[in-house]
Design a protein. Structure first.
Length: 346
């Protein structure tokens, strides 16, 4: 885990904000690249994305209800908003207002969520639908999700399979796909070669291998945690289509929704677009298309910024003491309940 500054999103400023028309994905502003900058290229002529990038940002995936009619902020509003966000959830505060874990065991040095919102000053990473929110689930998907939550509430730790994927060191939203900012370690190293693009994700240390040589997808019977990606180039944009997901990535655990996709299933088709828009900016856009889970597709944009790195080994399993502790604690609670019931019946 890196020891760098991070804060969580929290309550919004009581700004008197006037409505602003929402941008569409095609009209969303891109960072200025500079008059003399040109896209660097690999020997095969395709854009060079290689290096270490971070998508850390204070901007939330979904637009907060307090800003329902405000797609973007003015420069002054953005500065005030960022200041409020950084102050509101500063884990080094000891005045009782910050959100922290039990006993404030982790101070600010352990977190890394950035210090600013995205350059477009949008109030959500989601750019479509215009309201900046994940669309509702279909009735069937909502029923499935409700059943999973009920099961998790009744069986929070019968075994390791009942715990969230991140807690089990299986999958983290930073890996996705889509690759979403996390509370820390939101860093990626891209390496390119003939017919392939590889992305090393710092969190849990997954690697996405994306073929770009035109090979077909795996058979539908083969399902993978991060799906089966296939890439191709559309001009200077790398387009990646990922299918063959499992229905386990919705990941209901411990009575909470832990899913990147808020109830997605094995029918998910994810389209990602990577475009180099400046010397230190890689624009990442993704569209979630899952007709059996969501009532309509949705799209988000996240600017990724070049960082010096390095990428650190996460070693999640080696240090995963929480898993055995949670299970052991649950067994102890069960034993105590059994003894109480037996004593009370005598």
């Amino acid at each position: 885990m890196r020891h760098r500054r991070q804060v969580s999103l929290c309550a919004l400023l009581p700004l008197m904000l006037a409505p602003v028309s929402a941008q569409t994905p095609s009209s969303a502003a891109k960072p200025k690249s500079g008059a003399n900058w040109t896209v660097p290229r690999m020997p095969d002529g395709h854009p060079d994305f290689q290096g270490i990038w971070t998508n850390a940002t204070l901007t939330p995936l979904e637009r907060p209800p307090e800003l329902a009619a405000k797609a973007t902020l003015t420069e002054a509003e953005a500065a005030a908003y960022q200041k409020q966000l950084l102050l509101q959830d500063d884990r080094d505060r000891r005045d009782g207002s910050a959100t922290a874990d039990l006993g404030r065991a982790y101070n600010e040095a352990w977190f890394e969520k950035g210090t600013s919102i995205v350059g477009t000053r949008r109030t959500s990473l989601i750019v479509d639908p215009p309201d900046g929110r994940v669309p509702p689930l279909t009735p069937a998907a909502q029923k499935k999700l409700d059943a999973a939550i009920m099961h998790a509430n009744l069986h929070p730790a019968d075994g390791p399979e009942d715990r969230p994927l991140a807690e089990r060191c299986v999958l983290w939203p930073t890996a996705g796909p889509p690759m979403l900012p996390g509370v820390y370690n939101s860093n990626y190293q891209i390496v390119q070669g003939p017919g392939v693009v590889s992305i090393l994700i710092e969190m849990i240390h997954d690697v996405r291998i994306i073929p770009t040589d035109g090979r077909p997808h795996l058979p539908a019977s083969i399902r993978q945690w991060m799906g089966d990606p296939r890439g191709h180039w559309e001009g200077d944009t790398l387009v990646v289509e990922t299918t063959n997901f499992t229905d386990k990535t919705s990941d209901i655990g411990a009575g909470m929704r832990r899913s990147t996709f808020h109830g997605s299933d094995e029918q998910l088709r994810l389209i990602e677009r990577f475009t180099r828009v400046g010397p230190d900016t890689l624009l990442y856009e993704f569209t979630v298309d899952d007709p059996t889970a969501f009532t309509k597709p949705w799209t988000a944009q996240i600017p990724m910024t070049r960082t010096s790195g390095p990428i650190f080994e996460y070693a999640c399993h080696e240090g995963n003491y929480a898993m055995t502790t949670v299970l052991a604690g649950t067994r102890a609670e069960e034993k105590k309940a059994e003894e109480k019931a037996r004593t009370g019946s005598q």
